[in-house]
Design a protein around this ligand. Structure first.
Ligand code: FE2
Length: 376
């Protein structure tokens, strides 16, 4: 797919170099077994607002689909009506998971020409879907595993999401989740640099950070990660691969259950992590817990922070500091039965990092969970 391999650069891109001019993540599309129940999870659990529905009642005889929003985040959950749907085939192999990460653009034709010239594998060529709300223009290319990047131009479309979708208006209570901070992909051993080069060469992303197995290892298992970022800095896609360790890496556990590379976690930003995590916990969302000694050393490690340490500890929130500031983060348990995708909630107070100082405590907590599942 990509013929020339070069080292990604970290310098900021010029306007000219940012050839895709991505405006942001338009939506994340989960293909699931039961869209009605998945919708309920994001709605009642994570405080998303249901905004659109497509299904038998709207003339869609292939699949049922709900669109939900929280701040700038848009999630779509879709499930098949029968075994001939490609969603069925996907679900049989992978269980619930992310199929599409859609990216908003103004100039679809230019974006298509750029990615094709740079060696992208096209899933569908530019097409227009038309209904009474206008014309929605999209094309899609293949990323790691079965994941697609759908490019979306909404400039001529005024509907609630896409043709066949009708608006929903249901009461909801926000948990304060405002934007997607980053989306992490897990790929196979030895494939991280391939996908780093894909994001660099085909999509114009630059490498922001590299974590090697020295940074991300515990007594038992290890992984490596490189963070790719688009020209505007708005879109961040870390790519993980397993590294050799004494026991099975958490990335290998993901690959064993998802069966291909795929989306490991979606980090969602909040302006008030204490309020958000309190709300999510009250609604039954489960989070990983690091050992208690993490909090004994926390004050010395991160210095003064604005949030009360008691609440941080009580909720199990993690804190990390770097030159630019600090961040607060917490990780959910898997959001489906298979130990595959999970959610991160993050609040940044100046730091643009990913919580490197938390890796060890966090991965030990993850391994404890792996062990309980009989997968370490
Ligand atoms: Fe993350």
């Amino acid at each position: 797919m990509v013929s020339t391999i070069s080292q990604p650069e970290t310098r900021p891109m010029t306007e000219e170099g940012d050839f895709l001019q991505l405006k942001g993540i338009d939506y994340v599309h989960f293909w699931v077994g039961n869209a009605k129940q998945a919708m309920y999870f994001w709605w009642k659990g994570f405080g998303f607002k249901p905004v659109a529905y497509s299904g038998l009642e709207t003339g869609n005889r292939q699949f049922a689909s709900y669109v939900l929003e929280s701040g700038q985040i848009r999630f779509v959950v879709s499930a098949p009506y029968g075994p001939s749907s490609e969603i069925s085939a996907h679900h049989l192999v992978h269980g619930d998971g992310v199929k599409e990460i859609a990216l908003a653009v103004d100039d679809l034709a230019k974006a298509y020409a750029e990615v094709v010239a740079r060696g992208a594998t096209v899933a569908w060529a530019p097409r227009e879907e038309i209904d009474e709300f206008g014309e929605l223009r999209t094309f899609a290319i293949r990323a790691y595993g079965e994941v697609l990047h759908v490019f979306v131009d909404r400039s001529a479309y005024g509907g609630p999401f896409a043709p066949s979708y009708q608006p929903l208006d249901l009461p909801y209570e926000s948990a304060g989740l405002s934007a997607i901070d980053h989306i992490v992909g897990n790929v196979q051993l030895g494939k991280m640099n391939h996908w780093v080069n894909f994001y660099h060469q085909v999509m114009g992303f630059r490498q922001l950070i590299h974590f090697d197995d020295q940074d991300i290892s515990t007594e038992y298992s290890a992984l490596m990660s490189k963070v790719m970022q688009n020209g505007s800095g708005r879109i961040k896609f870390p790519i993980n691969e397993p590294a050799e360790g004494l026991r099975k890496s958490q990335i290998e556990e993901f690959l064993d259950y998802y069966l291909t590379p795929g989306v490991q976690h979606i980090a969602m930003a909040t302006g008030d992590i204490i309020q958000t995590v309190q709300t999510l916990k009250e609604r039954g969302i489960e989070f990983l817990r690091v050992p208690g000694q993490y909090y004994e050393a926390l004050g010395d490690r991160v210095g003064e922070i604005r949030e009360p340490l008691e609440a941080i500890k009580e909720l199990g929130i993690l804190v990390d500091r770097d030159d630019e500031g600090y961040l607060l983060q917490i990780f959910s348990r898997p959001i489906q039965d298979r130990p595959t995708s999970f959610i991160e909630v993050i609040q940044r107070r100046g730091s643009r990092g990913f919580g490197k100082g938390n890796f060890k405590a966090l991965f030990e907590a993850l391994e404890a969970e792996q062990k309980r599942r009989g997968n370490l």
